[in-house]
Ligand binder design. Structure first.
Ligand SMILES: Cc1ncc(COP(=O)(O)O)c(C=O)c1O
Length: 399
């Protein structure tokens, strides 16, 4: 994936500095659509102040697992706040979202159990499932009829069953039918795990996530997962749910028991970010209006947004095969726009796309410019090599 296909390093471009909605890569300023700082909180004064205060008070690291000396009041405060914010009984924080998923699934589920997951669920869920040694079945993306068929056919033969989905899919920009999922898990006696990494701070009128969007009591989700690394402008991941679940994880999940406690500076940043979300609800409304604007502009421009729905804060622009995605990325990047190429194996081989993360801080002008530049460049690519149109059409069929 060297210089032939991509003019600029597509996957590890080192940004010298983020300035909110812009970034500097290789000495050049770009309009930035490649990061999930959905509410612009990584530069918020209260978040920075909270982090600095924790740094002064506790230093950079707790240098121990929480269970053997690394526990801070900050960790406990953060977990209480996460539980209160998400409407659950309790929460546990891990050093990354990836570790949270992997450790939780492999702790709760084992041989003789069944995991049913959406085919596009995050890698951390898939790896956690494999580690669990349970039987794993995946169902077509968001196809709950297919899920029900699998439950009807297989559930009875297993001890525990876990259904794992995302609250908002990061490559697809769509959401599952949470109400139906709850019906299914109740009917078949399964646990429901929702990875709401891209729903927290984004979905629902106050950003509480997919449960709020569906006006459902979050306690109906048995295992609610979120990251601190997106809307909460920090680093780490959490699981929220019943006290008994959290207690099991605190004493058994390897990513908690055998791993260092969250650095105080990160705990404080996430805590401050949650407070800002409550104090400044206008950020959520701005984010939702921006996401809607980008999505509708893209539709108006006749760009293919795949499965995307209006609620998600990212929009994929489908391009098809690797070479079309590469050309599109090169061209929009040459015009000062930084968006991420999403290619195989992250998505099916002909379903490559350029993904735009929208934030509350983008201006309408920036959003409009990104759509029109993408449209112009994609049209040019297709005019010069019409086979790309077929690839884009195929990508729709397989995404
Ligand atoms: C849906 C989803 N789950 C989990 C993760 C992992 O979270 P983290 O980056 O905090 O490890 C991510 C991050 O990309 C994600 O998008």
């Amino acid at each position: 994936m060297g210089g032939v296909l991509w003019h600029r390093e597509p996957l590890l471009p080192a940004a010298r500095r983020h300035h909110g909605t812009t970034t500097i890569i290789g000495g050049r300023e770009y309009l930035n659509f490649a990061v999930c700082d959905y509410l612009g909180l990584s530069l918020h004064p209260s978040v920075i102040e909270g982090a600095k205060a924790a740094l002064s008070e506790y230093g950079t690291c707790v240098s121990a697992s929480r269970i053997v000396g690394g526990e801070l009041p900050l960790h406990q405060l953060l977990e209480k706040k996460i539980a209160a914010f998400s409407g659950t009984e309790d929460a546990i924080v891990f050093v990354s979202g990836h570790a949270a998923n992997l450790s939780t699934i492999s702790t709760l589920i084992g041989e003789g159990d069944l995991i049913l997951h959406d085919e596009f669920v995050h890698n951390s869920v898939v790896v956690g499932a494999r580690l669990s040694r349970a039987t794993i079945l995946s169902f077509h993306h968001n196809n709950l009829e297919a899920l029900e068929k699998l439950l009807a056919r297989h559930r009875a033969r297993y001890r525990h069953a876990l259904i794992a989905v995302e609250g908002s899919y990061s490559t697809e920009a769509d959401i599952p039918d949470l109400l139906r999922l709850i019906e299914l898990k109740d009917h078949y006696g399964a646990w429901l795990m929702v990875d709401d990494a891209h729903g927290l701070g984004v979905l629902g009128s106050s950003g509480r996530g997919v449960a709020e969007l569906f006006r459902v009591d979050a306690r109906k989700i048995d295992i609610l997962m979120g990251t601190l690394s997106k809307s909460l402008a920090s680093c780490g991941g959490f699981i929220a749910g019943e006290k008994s679940l959290i207690e099991i994880l605190k004493y058994k999940a390897p990513g908690f028991v055998f791993s260092v406690g969250l650095p105080p500076v990160m705990a404080a940043a996430a805590l401050a970010a949650l407070q800002v979300i409550e104090n400044e609800p206008e950020r959520i409304s701005r984010l939702q209006a921006n996401a809607r604007f980008f999505f509708e502009e893209a539709k108006r421009a006749d760009l293919d947004t795949g499965n995307a729905c209006v609620h998600a804060a990212m929009v994929p622009i489908m391009a098809g095969g690797l070479s079309c995605v590469g050309k599109l990325m090169n061209r929009v990047s040459a015009r000062g726009i930084n968006a991420s190429p999403i290619i195989y194996p992250g998505v099916p081989i002909n379903a490559g796309r350029l993904r735009f993360f929208i934030t509350s801080e983008h201006s309408v002008e920036q959003l409009g410019a990104a759509v029109s530049v993408t449209k112009e460049e994609l049209d040019r690519i297709v005019r010069s090599a019409p086979h790309h149109r077929h690839a884009a059409a195929r990508s729709r069929a397989t995404a």
